[in-house]
Ligand binder design. Structure first.
Ligand code: ZN
Length: 66
């Protein structure tokens, strides 16, 4: 059974892309995941920047994103 990952800070259930983004930006072995808005806060960048990063990673064919 797979438990859905939740945001470490706000407890929101995470989309696949949010999990992927946490892994991609914070490292594959992390145990804490962040939703996109908490991640933006944490990294001190905008949500829009993160969304365009997701698009970039998708274009590179990264399988963490859908
Ligand atoms: Zn959050």
């Amino acid at each position: 059974m797979t438990k859905k990952a939740k945001c470490y800070l706000c407890d929101k259930e995470l989309e696949k892309n949010e999990v992927g983004l946490s892994k991609k930006l914070l490292g594959r072995n992390i145990t804490r995941y962040y939703c996109i808005s908490c991640l933006a806060d944490y990294l001190d960048i905008s949500v829009d920047d993160l969304l365009s990063k997701i698009e970039e990673f998708k274009e590179q064919g990264c399988r963490l994103f859908s």
